[in-house]
Design a binder for this molecule. Structure first.
Ligand SMILES: [Zn+2]
Ligand SMILES: [Zn+2]
Length: 267
């Protein structure tokens, strides 16, 4: 019985894709989002049959319901997909007016998406069976949710580590100080020892991103940058002029040996 055969075979629904934008913190701590998609769903007018009410599919006369026709090619007989029923084995004489015989209609669906803590930009989530509906008993397709993480004004993320630049003044870098730095859980104070060079990175353990599927967290790397002002007051100018007269134009302490190397280059 041809109809039964086509029914059991079915066609799998296609996979669908959706791009989901999440905030920086949402990707780090996880969130739940409701998304709206328009997806091909079994037609309500015909329950996916594709036939008008009171009518049914007929066995395809061309292939006798087999979905394939035999073609003679030289000595060989080759089976090809039936051109009349496109391999279904059945034809629809009176199509359903809602879906025009396709058995599917676009329906808006609201789907809850659990975004796990620690997910990163570019990763994707697979929601099994949330894609296009299968037909003729075939399985439903899957929905792939592509994650796009928005930039953060202060933090840059690299896997489970966070990076941030914090400006400090020259005097504080020389004399040492205590500054407030941002973390995901709010501001914390960070001790800057005397003689901290610009670009020095302070690692704050476990202040980064939770590692996906684990209780561990990455680190926060705070890089201090000595701020050079573009506008200074009269008083600041006087002090700096005095400082320069004491320091000279180039550093007298040459920790990296730069001026020594330069001297060798041109000797
Ligand atoms: Zn056919
Ligand atoms: Zn229909």
């Amino acid at each position: 019985f041809g109809g039964g055969r086509a029914q059991s075979r079915g066609t799998a629904g296609r996979d669908l894709r959706y791009t989901l934008e999440v905030a920086f913190e949402e990707a780090i701590f996880g969130t739940e989002k409701e998304i709206s998609i328009s997806r091909p769903t079994l037609c309500g007018g015909c329950s996916g049959e594709g036939t008008a009410p009171g009518t049914s599919r007929e066995r395809c006369a061309q292939c006798d319901g087999q979905g394939q026709v035999a073609m003679q090619q030289g000595f060989f007989t080759i089976a090809r997909t039936c051109p009349v029923c496109q391999g279904v084995g059945q034809i629809i004489r009176t199509p359903c007016s809602t879906c025009n015989g396709s058995g599917k209609e676009l329906k808006d669906a609201k789907i809850k998406v659990k975004v796990p803590a620690g997910i990163d930009h570019g990763q994707r989530l697979k929601l099994r069976g949330e894609g296009e509906a299968g037909s003729g008993g075939g399985p439903d397709g899957d929905l792939y949710v592509q994650i796009v993480v928005k930039d953060h004004p202060v933090f840059v993320r690299e896997d489970s580590d966070l990076f941030c630049d914090v400006p400090i003044n020259y005097a504080s870098a020389v004399l040492g100080t205590e500054i407030e730095v941002p973390t995901l859980e709010g501001k914390v104070s960070l001790k800057i020892p005397a003689g901290t060079p610009s670009g020095k990175v302070f690692r704050m353990r476990s202040k980064g991103v939770p590692v996906l599927g684990s209780s561990q967290r990455g680190d926060l790397h705070v890089r201090v940058a000595v701020h050079v002002p573009t506008r200074i007051s009269h008083e600041q100018r006087e002090i700096l002029e005095k400082l320069r007269s004491l320091d000279g134009d180039i550093p007298t302490q040459d920790e990296k040996g730069f001026f020594e190397k330069m001297k060798e280059m041109f000797s």
